[in-house]
Design a protein around this ligand. Structure first.
Ligand code: C5P
Length: 399
């Protein structure tokens, strides 16, 4: 039986969380409830406990409660943590890692996926501090459902800030609790830069951080895929549940990518160096030997095009990235044709995307071009992984 730890925060939407408990239990999910002090001003632990069929936990400093289960066990003995309503204050605490009550301590101590359902006044949701905290939590890989647009319960004001409905939160939770739509599917992600040696100490490379590719590898693994991440040199830790293969040059990246076949999906996010020095000097090129050396360049193999044109062994879905600075969609469409891939995720890199935390992309497939709002790279990854899952699991339909 799947088990959810539901943290109820202190907002008027807390009354909807009682219904959420029912909706989850109807699906055979056990629900254990933690309430903040403020939440208890809106609904009582007695009501939540009666609906959950379990005692409710409220106090980090209650010796009896801590002795009974304890915040570390609460954090671990579940498959998913849901925070509903997630108030502006709770999001701020979570974003900064505060842990001065049971709910925030549990959140800090958990190694399970976390789903937040924010609920607050539209001005609080729009406030720069909340935007920052939201972005931070997204970057940490937390999942979000809502908030929705609509009328606020207390003030009657309209705007974005209403908590998602219990059935929406339940559906988002069930998706995270399921074994994953990509179970049994094999995925390849290339990420980071490549480095191309000039001599044993010098190389050509680029500014790719690898963040977007790592986030995609992680999101695909969360959906149950068997993921190989072929990575150029980055400073990032390997995402959990992902097999990472470290490479340096484009040629090594190609070989490692081919070694990952057969594949259901290949997502080529790496910023592969277009050219490499035609000759790698065996020894360090001397500064004062013969003046300034000329470095002749030679084209690197195109990994995306190579995998796209594999014939029978071709991955079912091949996705490329396109970093463009102008006429983004037009160039991306030309790239689909030239490389033979199925989709292109195009981004405008004229701003601070490379190395930055956020990305604004257009997903271009043969029959659509969908511009996504600017969001954290983790959120782009979750959305792309969901699109991949939808396509790979659609029966009898390709791409
Ligand atoms: O041609 P361009 O470099 O703009 O294409 C970008 C896309 O092609 C990215 O998905 C990148 O990972 C992939 N690529 C590749 N091998 C190369 C060059 C680009 O896989 N040599």
């Amino acid at each position: 039986m799947k088990r959810v730890l539901l943290i109820i925060g202190g907002g008027i939407a807390a009354y909807k969380s009682l219904d959420l408990i029912r909706r989850l239990r109807e699906q055979g999910v056990a629900v254990r409830v933690v309430m903040t002090e403020a939440a208890q001003k809106f609904v009582t632990p007695l009501a939540a406990g009666a609906i959950a069929g379990e005692r409710v936990f409220t106090d980090l400093f209650d010796q009896a409660q801590e002795f009974d289960v304890g915040h570390i066990r609460l954090a671990r003995e579940c498959d998913l943590v849901i925070v509903a309503p997630a108030t502006a204050d709770f999001m701020a605490k979570a974003a900064h890692g505060l842990a001065n009550d049971l709910a925030s301590a549990v959140l800090l101590a958990t190694d399970k996926p976390v789903l937040m359902a924010p609920a607050m006044n539209p001005l609080m949701w729009a406030n720069a501090a909340t935007r920052r905290n939201f972005a931070t939590l997204q970057t940490q890989g937390l999942h979000f459902v809502g908030p929705n647009e609509g009328e606020m319960a207390e003030s009657g004001e309209r705007g974005v800030g209403r908590m998602a409905e219990p059935t929406e939160i339940r559906d988002a939770a069930l998706a995270l609790l399921s074994d994953g739509p990509l179970k049994g599917k094999r995925a390849l992600v290339t990420a980071g830069p490549t480095i191309e040696a000039i001599d044993p100490v010098r190389f050509l490379s680029n500014r790719s951080s690898g963040k977007q590719g790592y986030a995609i590898a992680s999101a695909l693994a969360e959906l149950g895929a068997d993921v190989t991440l072929v990575s150029g040199p980055t400073n990032l830790p390997a995402p959990t549940g992902v097999k990472r293969v470290d490479v340096e040059s484009a040629r090594e990246m190609l070989a490692a990518s081919q070694a990952a076949l057969p594949l259901d999906v290949a997502v080529m996010v790496a910023a592969v160096a277009d050219w490499r020095p035609a000759k790698e000097a065996k020894g360090k090129i001397k500064k004062d030997a013969a003046g300034v050396p000329a470095i002749a360049l030679q084209e690197n193999p195109d990994i995306l095009a190579t995998l796209s044109k594999l014939g029978k062994k071709r991955p079912k879905l091949v996705i490329g990235f396109a970093a463009e600075t102008d006429r983004v969609e037009e160039h991306a469409r030309a790239k689909i044709a030239k490389k033979g891939c199925d989709w292109i995720v195009a981004n405008d890199v004229s701003g601070d995307v490379m190395g930055g935390a956020e990305n604004a992309v257009i997903l271009i497939t043969k029959d659509k071009a969908e511009a996504w709002p600017r969001m954290a790279k983790e959120a782009v990854a979750h959305k792309l992984a969901a699109e991949i899952a939808k396509t790979l699991t659609a029966k009898g339909r390709r791409k």
